[in-house]
Ligand binder design. Structure first.
Ligand code: NAD
Length: 459
C-alpha cells in the first residue's frame, strides 16, 4: 500500500509537561494502515531470522556506540517530552548503550537449543522466532520500555512493529531511529498514535503482543488477543508495599522511601506506594521521611530540580483527587498535600492511610508516600498482600533472617530486602497476580519471545 505524503498526514503533537510548549510532532499512523506495517515486517522476518543468533547479535551490538553518542541528546529530549529530571533521564539514556552488548550476549546464551537424551533418543529443544511482535509501550520510561520489549523480540529472530506511547512519541521514535540505523529495512517499524492504533495492532495478525502499561489496558489486550490465541507478555501496574520492621535502620528506610516514592515524580511501576511501619518506630520513620520529602526541589527537569512535573493534567488531577479524598476520609498530611503549579504536585507524605481510601488500593503513579501504622508483623504482611497487584515489594529490617522470612511471605513477583525490588542482572522482571502475565529479562524471560519446538531422533 503506498504511504501517504507527509503533508496529507495527521500529526501528533508532543507537549512539554513542564512548560506546555510543543516539543515536536510525528505523523499519526492511520489505524487502517497498521496491518500494512505488519505485512512489511512479516516480509522482512525470514531474512532477519536466517541471520542466526550470532548474526543478529553482531548487527544489534553496532547500536551500542550510537546510543552512547546520542545519550545526552536523548536525555534532554526525554526531560522535555516526559518531564523527569535531567539526571534521571541521563541514567536511562546512558544505560541503553552501556548495557546493550551484555544484554545481547545474555540473550544469545538464553536462546541456544537444549538437548536431552533418554532411551537411545535425543530431543533438541529449539527457541525459534514467533514471527512478528507488536510492541506497545508506556511513557514513564520512554526509551527503556521500548528497549525492554524490542531487543528480546529482535534477538529471538522476530521482526517488530512498535507503537510507543502517544505521550512520548518523539522518544519512541528516537529510540527506534538508532536501531533502524543498523537494522535491515522493515525489521523494526514504528507506528504512532494512541489507543486506536494500539487496538489495531492487537487486531492485526501479529504473532505476539509485548505490552507494558496499565492493568486495565493489559486486560483489554488479553481479551482481544484470545480470538486468535496470540501470545502476550503483559507488564502491568503495581501498588508496591514497603514494610518497616522495628529493628530497621530507620534513616536508611526513610531514604529509600523518599527515593522510591518520588523518583520520576512517582511515575514508576515499582514506586513505593504503601508503607506499613511498626507503631513503635513510626514517629521516627515519619519524621525522617517528612524531612527528606520537604527538602526536595520541585521544578522543570531541565533546571536543578529533584521532582519534575506529572506527565499531563489528567495524571495530576488523578493524584490530587486521591490526596483530597484520603484527607477527607481521615488521612493526615505530613508535608505537601497539594498542587504546586501547573502540572506539578508537591511531594506529599500522608499518614493514617487505610484500604478504605482510593489511595490505599488504586495505583497513584504520583509523588505521594502513604504511611500506615501497624501493630504486628502479621498485620503488616496481611495488609501488604491485600491487593490485586503483585509487582514489587520491599522489607526493611535489622535481623537478616527475620527480614527475609517476612519477605518470603509477600505475594509480589520481585521483593527487595533492605533495597529496591528489582533483582541483579540476569534475573526476571516479573509481576505476580494482576501486575503481569508472562515476564521478561532472564533466560526464561528471553524465551517468552520465542516458539519452543522439539525435534527428536534416535541417537
Ligand atoms: P496505558 O496502559 O494507558 O498505555 C500504554 C500503551 O498502551 C500506550 O502506548 C497506549 O497508547 C496503548 N493503549 C491504550 N489503550 C490501548 C488498547 N485498548 N489497546 C492497545 N493499546 C492501548 O499506560 P501508561 O499510562 O502509558 O503507563 C503507565 C502504566 O504502565 C502504569 O500502570 C505503570 O505501572 C505501568 N508500567 C508497568 C511497568 C512494568 O514493568 N510492569 C513498567 C512501566 C509502566
Amino acid at each position: 500500500m503506498p504511504r501517504e505524503a507527509p503533508s496529507a498526514m495527521t500529526m501528533l503533537a508532543s507537549y512539554n509537561p513542564a512548560t506546555g510548549d510543543i516539543v515536536g510532532e510525528v505523523p499519526v499512523t492511520p489505524a487502517d494502515q497498521i496491518q500494512a506495517a505488519v505485512d512489511r515486517a512479516r516480509a522482512a522476518q525470514p531474512a532477519w531470522a536466517a541471520l542466526g543468533l550470532e548474526g543478529r547479535a553482531e548487527i544489534l551490538k553496532r547500536a551500542a556506540d550510537i546510543f552512547t553518542e546520542r545519550a545526552d541528546a536523548h536525555a534532554e529530549l526525554m526531560t522535555r517530552e516526559q518531564g523527569k529530571p535531567l539526571k534521571e533521564a541521563r541514567g536511562e539514556a546512558r544505560s541503553l548503550g552501556s548495557g546493550l552488548a551484555h544484554e545481547v550476549d545474555e540473550m544469545v546464551e538464553a536462546l541456544q537449543p537444549d538437548i536431552l537424551e533418554s532411551g537411545g533418543h535425543r530431543s533438541t529443544i529449539y527457541h525459534d522466532p514467533l514471527g512478528v511482535v507488536g510492541a506497545i509501550t508506556p511513557w514513564n520510561f520512554p526509551m527503556s520500555m521500548p528497549h525492554w520489549m524490542v531487543l528480546p523480540s529482535l534477538m529471538a529472530g522476530n521482526t517488530v512493529v512498535l507503537k510507543p506511547s502517544e505521550e512520548t512519541p518523539l522518544c519512541g521514535q528516537a529510540y527506534a531511529d538508532v536501531l533502524q540505523d543498523v537494522l535491515p529495512e522493515d525489521v523494526l517499524i514504528v507506528t504512532h498514535g494512541a489507543d486506536e492504533q494500539g487496538k489495531a495492532l492487537v487486531h492485526s495478525d501479529v504473532d505476539m503482543i509485548a505490552f507494558t502499561g496499565s492493568r486495565e489496558v493489559g486486560k483489554h489486550i488479553m481479551r482481544e488477543a484470545s480470538g486468535t490465541l496470540k501470545r502476550v507478555v503483559l507488564e502491568l501496574g503495581g501498588k508496591d508495599p514497603m514494610i518497616v520492621l522495628e529493628d530497621a535502620d530507620l534513616k536508611k528506610a526513610a531514604k529509600f522511601a523518599a527515593f522510591n516514592s518520588f523518583r520520576n515524580c512517582g511515575q514508576v511501576c515499582v514506586s513505593t506506594e504503601r508503607i506499613f511501619v511498626m507503631d513503635s518506630v513510626a514517629d521516627d520513620f515519619e519524621g525522617a521521611l517528612t524531612e527528606l520529602a520537604s527538602a526536595l526541589r520541585v521544578g522543570d527537569g531541565m533546571e536543578e530540580s529533584d521532582v519534575g512535573p506529572m506527565v499531563n493534567a489528567q495524571q495530576r488531577d488523578h493524584v490530587l483527587a486521591q490526596i483530597d479524598a484520603a484527607v477527607g476520609a481521615g488521612a493526615t498530611v505530613l508535608t505537601g498535600g497539594e498542587g504546586h503549579h501547573d502540572n506539578f504536585v508537591t511531594p506529599t507524605v500522608l499518614t493514617g492511610v487505610t484500604e478504605e481510601m482510593d489511595i490505599g488500593t488504586v495505583e497513584t503513579f504520583g509523588p505521594v508516600a502513604c504511611v500506615t501504622r501497624v501493630s504486628s508483623i502479621d498485620e503488616a504482611v496481611d495488609r501488604a498482600n491485600d491487593t490485586h497487584f503483585g509487582l514489587g515489594a520491599v522489607v526493611f529490617g535489622g535481623d537478616t533472617e527475620q527480614t527475609e522470612a517476612v519477605a518470603r511471605r509477600l505475594t509480589a513477583g520481585m521483593i527487595g530486602v533492605n533495597r529496591a525490588a528489582g533483582g541483579v542482572p540476569g534475573t526476571p522482571w516479573v509481576g505476580a497476580r494482576e501486575s503481569g502475565f508472562g515476564f521478561h529479562k532472564s533466560r526464561d524471560g528471553h524465551r517468552q519471545f520465542t516458539q519452543t519446538r522439539v525435534l527428536t531422533r534416535p541417537v
